[in-house]
Each structure stands twice: as structure tokens, then as C-alpha cells.
Design a protein around this ligand. Structure first.
Ligand code: FES
Length: 95
């Protein structure tokens, strides 16, 4: 088998920059978060949305770290299309 064909076969089921980010939901999620550092899933593959669980490994994506100076309710993007990550900016309305 030609190398290119082998490569296509080997990575056929691996998410890539072309297929990501994956839309987790077409609406944001409201969460009450404590003060401190948080890591929002940017690829959409995490099983612990909206938080990163490491599922992005090998995809070229990485989580978006954000810091809250105090405990706060925030609306986090679940569609992964926001222009202001990790926060919802209404981009989901165009999906
Ligand atoms: S849920 Fe992604 S922009 Fe609103």
C-alpha cells in the first residue's frame, strides 16, 4: 500500500484541525465557578463539558485557560464557535 493511503487509513478516525472544533451543544451553559484557574474545552471532544479532560491530545487543539478573581456565574460557550472564548458571544445563533 502506498504511504499516503496508509496514512489516510491510519488517521481516518482521528479528529483533526479540519474537523474540529466539534459542536458540543448549540447553546451556552451557565455555571457557578469558584475563584481561580479554569480550563475550557476548545475542541469539543471532552467528556466533561465545558471543562477540558485531555481529549484534545493529538488534535492540535488545546484548552483555553481563564482565571476568575472571585466566584462567579458565567455563561460558557458549548458550540465552540465563540470569538470570545470561553464565554458565549451569541455565535451559536448562526449555527
Ligand atoms: S454557545 Fe457558543 S457562542 Fe454561544
Amino acid at each position: 500500500m502506498h504511504f499516503a493511503a496508509c496514512k489516510r487509513t491510519a488517521f481516518a478516525n482521528t479528529p483533526s484541525m479540519e474537523t474540529l472544533p466539534k459542536i458540543h451543544d448549540k447553546q451556552p451553559v451557565a455555571v457557578e465557578l469558584p475563584a481561580g484557574d479554569h480550563w475550557w474545552c476548545a475542541c469539543g471532544l471532552s467528556g466533561h463539558q465545558p471543562n477540558c479532560d485531555g481529549s484534545h491530545k493529538g488534535t492540535g487543539f488545546g484548552p483555553k485557560k481563564f482565571t476568575l478573581p472571585e466566584a462567579k456565574k458565567v455563561w460558557l460557550c458549548n458550540c465552540k464557535q465563540t470569538k470570545n472564548p470561553p464565554f458565549c458571544d451569541g455565535s451559536h445563533k448562526a449555527l
